[in-house]
Design a protein around this ligand. Structure first.
Ligand SMILES: [Zn+2]
Length: 198
């Protein structure tokens, strides 16, 4: 016996989410069917509200309620230091580090030749344009410490050096293979402090 058609549709939609396999999609769907209606309405409303209220900051490309976001809009921050990260979640993790007072740029991913993700699939050109336009004295490469993040950091350092901008990489207080977004504040503070020139 198959799932009723509307349930099949729900399972298919949930399966498209990252980290959700067929079994998990099925389990979530039946949980949704069993749950009180108002609970599910709240979930749907929250998703709809977030989708409509949150936009991309046109300077750093993080998700924000305002454009520019609060960080880009903060004139008390050091406008000459730019930390490049892969995702908005990475930016959020680093923003917990009080000592860092510079700005950010979200690439929207990392280079991965094996998955056919090249420079045009992430915001390399937008980053370069920003470096041409703004007066940046240091770019901190805060991509993840895994193979993709290292490949991206190396590629970006080669692209940025001709601009005579100091390029640094987060220090190796970071666990190798580590995803920035899951690192705690202390680790990130040390990694920032221990950044080394590329
Ligand atoms: Zn911003």
């Amino acid at each position: 016996m198959n799932h009723p058609q509307p349930v099949e549709r729900m399972i298919e939609s949930l399966r498209r989410l990252p980290g959700i396999g067929p079994k998990m999609a099925e389990r979530l769907s039946y949980h949704i069917l069993k749950a009180p209606a108002d609970e599910i309405v709240r979930l749907i409303d929250a998703i709809r509200a977030a989708k409509s209220l949150i936009k991309l900051c046109s300077r750093c490309y993080t998700f924000s309620e305002s454009d520019p976001c609060d960080i880009c809009d903060d004139v008390s921050r050091d406008q000459s230091v730019l930390c490049v990260v892969e995702t908005p979640q990475d930016l959020l993790a680093l923003s917990q580090v009080k000592k860092y007072n510079g700005l950010y740029f979200v690439l929207g991913g990392a280079l991965s030749p094996l998955d056919a993700v090249g420079p045009s699939d992430i915001r390399v050109e937008k980053l370069i344009n920003r470096l041409k336009k703004d007066t940046i004295s240091e770019v901190i490469l805060g991509t993840d410490m895994d193979a993709k993040g290292e490949t991206t950091a190396l590629y970006l350092s080669e692209q940025i050096k001709p601009f005579n901008i100091k390029v640094t990489r987060l220090g190796y207080g970071m666990p190798v293979g580590g995803d920035l977004e899951y690192a705690d504040e202390m680790t990130l503070a040390k990694a920032l402090e221990g950044r080394r020139e590329m």
